[in-house]
Design a protein around this ligand. Structure first.
Ligand code: F6P
Length: 283
């Protein structure tokens, strides 16, 4: 891993301590929408500005883009292109539930396909702050304290026996083939439902216990809800690096060619066996 990539991850580690601390007093909304039309929280804007400023100070970073800003920020002349969802699941601010920070480090100008990721990961603001970080085909889990990372587990792989499932979107909005697949997953008494409304929280349960998380195509939104650059690609990269699969319904999310920075993508990630069955069900 290059020094610049390592520096980006260190900066995200340190920034996440400030993002977490900065949630206090920033749980209200600002009078703005993000480029996807979602109302922004004060903490969304705070986290985005903090990451933009900190990442811009790294020599190797050329661009910073996020779910919270319309345009890509040209921040230097390095060869790394960082895309982030600074505060994933910020609708959980009000109820004080789990949230996260998601990042993807690409080696091509944004928007870029997931095949050009050199590293990706996420910070989870749970009862403790943790990070799952993938690069060079391997995933490491850390605990974060005081801006430092401590390794908890190396070479993380998805457990063989899937346990957890969690699917976003209203059930009446699910296409019939997806709903039939969900009913099949639910009919297995070894599977149990976990859905918390923050992708990172839900995906981290899948990485920990095995299973599947999806925010699928919906009847009135064929590209689903989640964003390719900031959510689908980084999460696909982490789960694939942990021995699982990602899919937009027909192929790896990492193979989806972006048209625009804020493109959405149906997201299905988890154990290979479950994603293979999903693709068969959606054929
Ligand atoms: O970024 C969007 C997000 O907050 C994800 O973290 C989460 O998976 C999803 O939206 C939740 O959506 P919904 O409120 O429709 O369940």
């Amino acid at each position: 891993m290059s020094d610049a990539v390592e520096e980006v991850v260190d900066v995200i580690t340190r920034s996440s301590a400030e993002i977490r601390q900065g949630l206090v007093g920033r749980r209200g909304e600002v009078d703005e929408e993000n480029p996807s039309g979602e109302t922004q929280a004060e903490a969304d804007v705070f986290a985005d500005e903090l990451l933009a400023e900190r990442l811009a100070a790294i020599e190797g970073v050329a661009e910073y883009a996020s779910e919270e800003r319309v345009e890509i920020s040209q921040v230097g002349d390095g060869d790394l292109y960082v895309a982030a969802d600074p505060l994933d699941g910020s609708s959980n601010l009000k109820s004080n539930n789990t949230m996260g920070t998601v990042f993807g480090i690409y080696d091509e100008p944004l928007p870029a396909p997931g095949t050009s990721l050199v590293a990706a990961g996420y910070v989870l603001y749970g009862p403790i702050t943790t990070m799952a970080y993938a690069h060079d085909g391997t995933v490491t889990k850390y605990e974060l304290t005081g801006g430092e990372r401590t390794v908890v587990e190396e070479d993380v792989t998805l457990p063989d026996e899937p346990l957890i499932y969690g699917f976003g979107g209203r059930v009446p909005d699910w296409p019939a083939d997806f709903e039939a697949y969900v009913r099949e997953i639910e009919s297995n008494p070894d599977h149990k439902l976990r859905y918390g409304g923050a992708m990172i929280g839900d995906v981290n349960q899948v990485l920990t216990y095995g299973g599947i998380f999806a925010y699928p195509a919906l009847e009135d939104s064929p590209r689903g809800k989640l964003r390719l650059q900031f959510e689908g690609n980084p999460i696909g990269y982490v789960l694939e690096s942990a021995g699982g699969r990602s899919s937009d319904g027909t192929r790896s999310i990492l193979e989806v060619e972006p048209d625009e920075l804020h493109d959405r993508v149906p997201v299905h990630v988890g154990n290979t066996e479950l994603i293979d069955r999903l693709e068969t069900a959606l054929e």
